[in-house]
Design a protein around this ligand. Structure first.
Ligand code: NAD
Length: 490
């Protein structure tokens, strides 16, 4: 399949168990970022549509049977969704590649299976999770129940559309809530199929609703202010998180935010560079650098700096930039024209800040059918000043900065000199240093001698402006439930 063989799709809203058109008859276009070809016309949800979706979710929550069915029955339906996703994984991966511009093998081998696993994991986790109990001598017994909370707004970004939506939907459904989902306006294709997948799996109508639209004064804002919504799980930019928090305040919605990042990837002189370099390349350029967990600030100890730069540059030059549908492609375009402009604006900023260009910095040479795609070469700068904008701002594209340091203290100071705190990466063969530095980097996830390894049971989220709350395992279940204590006199 080639990026040019797509046919125009019509993407409708999924409300109360059926696909419907926008009540305002408003449609917007979605383009393939590798070609600029229009691939879909999407129905934009009006306020009335969002209102219908939220009311349907409320009805499905209050009237059942979703909330009241047995946990094993509910979990079986969620597991069935996971199975259907795996049965349709090729189609979903093709769509994700077409919509986001990510290499098809990455979607097929990693993201779609992970999406299925998000659902399966939380169905299993909820079933296996016991309840706490606190006996008070022989007089009383306390036990804690985790009950569903209500209607959840699930809002996701464009970089990992299907994976991140199921990451929220899994615990939301497993806990017995109902959902109104909105994928990013740039990448709605795969998430729109969750409606039919839920239906086929036997999820009752109204439990899963999928709407489409934009943020401010559009579907996003409506679903975060709507009185029937009890909680909001949002992944996206820090500035959007702030707006959502304000919008949800009047109706006291519970919020969980996974926001931006600017991770330090710290390479000490005793690191195994044979491992550190290929993984740092992944951390820098996977999904064209459009990963919240990207290791976009690479701090390298000065004694190995020159060697690291040479080898890192060589490895970047070996990445194959090209057609996302091609099995050989390592890196596709960035997601949209607007984002391309943002990412490439940093080339000028880097120049103005006297950064040294090590590699990249321009459009790659590509075949004719990709000439309009939003492509940028993997781009590497050296910048000595950690306060420079390219070291501080989330570029969210294939641009990384190498920053030299002399001592462990200096590395920590640079690593923590950011408003973000989502994750950090440490490369060292010194066990004590690995622990010491892990404890001092102010971020929610630290990877030592690895990156992007995920156990769905562990808490995931950000310090500082990288998030509010945690997702994963018990953290997700606590967010999507109300804890109730029952105290019985014995
Ligand atoms: P974004 O904040 O622009 O949009 C995310 C979603 O929010 C979209 O669906 C959008 O339509 C919606 N939205 C926008 N304004 C809104 C409003 N006022 N009210 C309600 N909804 C609104 O983010 P993006 O550009 O799509 O994604 C990139 C960002 O996501 C980066 O900052 C990245 O770091 C972050 N991200 C974080 C994680 C994480 O786990 N921490 C994971 C992936 C991406």
């Amino acid at each position: 399949m080639s990026t040019t063989s797509t046919k125009l799709k019509e993407v409708k809203l999924y409300i109360d168990g059926e696909y419907v058109e926008s009540s305002s008859n408003s449609l917007f276009e979605v383009k393939n970022p590798a070609t600029q070809e229009v691939i879909a016309k999407v129905h934009e949800a009006s306020y009335e549509d969002v209102d219908r979706a939220c009311n349907a979710a409320r009805r499905a929550f209050e009237e059942g049977p979703w909330r009241t069915m047995t946990l094993s029955e509910r979990s079986a339906k969620i597991r069935r969704m996971a199975e259907i996703i795996m049965e349709r994984k090729d189609e979903l991966a093709r769509l994700e590649a077409e919509d986001v511009g990510k290499p098809y093998p990455v979607a097929l081998e990693r993201e779609i299976p992970r999406a299925a696993n998000n659902l399966k994991f939380f169905a299993d986790f909820m079933e296996q999770k016991g309840n706490e109990s606190y006996p008070m001598d022989d007089e009383y017994l306390n036990y804690t129940r985790y009950e569903p909370l209500g209607v959840a707004s699930l809002i996701t970004p464009w970089n990992l559309p299907f994976m991140l939506t199921t990451w929220k939907l899994g615990p939301c459904l497993a806990a017995g809530n109902t959902a109104v989902i909105k994928p990013a306006e740039t990448t709605p294709l795969t998430v729109s199929l969750l409606g039919e997948i839920a239906k086929e799996a036997g999820i009752p109508d109204g439990v899963v609703n999928v709407i489409h639209g934009f943020g401010t004064e559009s579907a996003g804002e409506y679903m975060t202010t709507h009185p029937e919504v009890d909680l909001i799980s949002f992944t996206g930019e820090t500035s959007t998180g702030k707006a959502i928090m304000k919008n949800g305040a009047d109706t006291l919605k519970k919020v969980s935010f996974e926001l931006g990042g600017k991770a330090a990837n710290i390479v000490f002189e005793d690191a195994n560079l044979d491992k550190a370099i290929p993984v740092s390349i992944q951390a820098a350029f996977m999904n064209s650098g459009q990963v919240c967990l990207a290791g976009s600030r690479i701090l390298v100890q000065r004694s190995i700096f020159d060697e690291f730069v040479e080898r890192f540059k060589q490895a970047a030059s070996e990445l194959k930039v090209g057609d996302p549908q091609d099995a050989e492609t390592d890196m596709g375009p960035v997601v949209s024209e607007e984002h391309y402009k943002k990412v490439t604006s940093y080339l000028k900023i880097a120049e103005e800040e006297n950064s040294t260009l090590v590699y990249g910095g321009k459009r790659p040479d590509l075949p004719e059918h990709l000439k309009d795609g939003y492509y940028l070469e993997p781009t590497i700068y050296i910048q000595e000043d950690p306060n420079a904008r390219i070291c501080q701002e989330e570029i969210f594209g294939p641009i990384v900065t190498l920053i030299p340091f002399d001592t462990e203290e200096e590395a920590l100071e640079i690593a923590n000199n950011t408003e973000y705190g989502l994750n950090g990466v440490i490369w060292t063969d010194n066990l004590q240093r690995a622990h010491r530095v892990s404890h001092h980097v102010r971020a929610g996830t630290i990877w030592v001698n690895c990156w992007f390894v995920r156990d769905l049971r562990v808490p995931f989220g950000g310090f500082k402006k990288s998030g509010v709350g945690r997702e994963g395992g018990n953290s997700s279940i606590e967010f999507f439930t109300e804890a109730k204590n029952v105290c019985i006199a014995l």
